[in-house]
Write a protein that binds this ligand. Structure first.
Ligand code: FMN
Ligand code: SF4
Ligand code: SF4
Length: 274
């Protein structure tokens, strides 16, 4: 039995989640949804039809990120497969997985199970990830949940898609729709402080090649996905967003490193590392 898990990640929570599922399910290939430098027709070819397909991604603004929606358009589709999903979030999954079920149905695919996976927040404009002990406790609890639900996935059991409480769906569904169109330009609030040494790491971790170095200063190109990879992975902590981030802790999943993120987006960008 062969499983393919497609993942998208900014700070590693979704990659870690995908890895945990892969370890539990067995015989699983992990594939990044992000291949910005690859011709579109070469990114989604699978050698043999899998039995199980997983879709693992972070919840952004209470819904599915734009990049994931674009990936789903191109993904090879196999109506006979068992599809499952994990919406990785910081406590407000809202209607994301219901949205995914509808999107897949529009492609003739059935989402047989979908899970609310809560991990520390990477949304630094609203604050840091919280105390390390709390992060570790959350990662442990979520790891246990993944073990439980992976056993169901392995048996191809159907399970209703998980969703946030009604109040979340009422308040946040319109906010998702309102913010969706402006995300690309939200990068205008990024800036770099004097710690920047023009190392080029931010270029390498950006899934949409939205950053260029001009006179050794990173400049954002307004096609941002707001994954927050650049600000969270900058080795100098030189990237800021708005006024408050100089005082906030950076975050990435403790079992995911910078190379994992760069490799998920390979090959390297056009501007070389300094
Ligand atoms: C732009 C943006 C929007 C987010 N919106 C939500 C949200 O609506 N609900 C939520 O619970 N977490 C939200 N988060 C937090 C992430 O979903 C969460 O930290 C996730 O684990 C990050 O996964 P990653 O490390 O794979 O990128 C948001 C994060 C970003 C960057
Ligand atoms: S990763 Fe940080 S230090 Fe390196 S170029 Fe980007 S902003 Fe500057
Ligand atoms: S510019 Fe930063 S936040 Fe925007 S898509 Fe690239 S890495 Fe993500």
């Amino acid at each position: 039995m062969k499983t393919i898990i497609y993942y998208y990640t900014g700070t590693g929570n979704s990659l870690w989640t995908a890895r945990q599922f892969a370890a539990e399910i067995g015989d699983t290939e992990l594939r990044s949804m992000v291949q910005p430098d690859q011709p579109a027709n070469e990114t989604n070819v699978v050698a043999a039809v899998p039995d199980i397909v997983g879709i693992v991604f972070p919840v952004h603004m209470w819904g599915i990120p734009h990049l994931v929606l674009e990936f789903l358009k191109k993904m090879e589709k196999h109506p006979s497969c068992y599809y499952f999903a994990a919406g990785v979030n910081a406590g407000e999954v809202s209607r994301t997985l219901v949205q995914l079920k509808k999107v897949l149905a529009s492609y003739g695919l059935t989402l047989s199970s979908a899970f609310d996976i809560v991990l520390p927040s990477n949304y630094i404009p609203w604050g840091g990830p919280g105390p390390v002990e709390r992060q570790q406790a959350l990662i442990k609890i979520t790891g246990e949940k993944i073990k439980q639900v992976a056993a169901m996935i392995k048996m191809k059991e159907k399970y209703p898609v998980e969703k946030g409480p009604l109040w979340q769906r009422i308040i946040f569904t319109p906010l998702y729709k309102m913010t969706f169109g402006v995300i690309a330009k939200m990068d205008q609030d990024f800036w770099v402080d004097e710690k920047c040494n023009a190392c080029g790491v931010c270029l390498k971790v950006c899934p949409v090649r939205n950053i260029v170095l001009q006179a050794e200063i990173p400049v954002w190109q307004h096609r941002c996905e707001q994954c927050l990879s650049c600000i969270q992975w900058c080795p100098q902590q030189a990237i800021q967003y708005g006024k408050k981030t100089p005082g906030y802790e950076r975050y990435h999943h403790p079992e995911v490193n910078l190379n994992d993120i760069i490799n998920a987006i390979s090959p390297s960008p056009s501007q070389p590392e300094k």
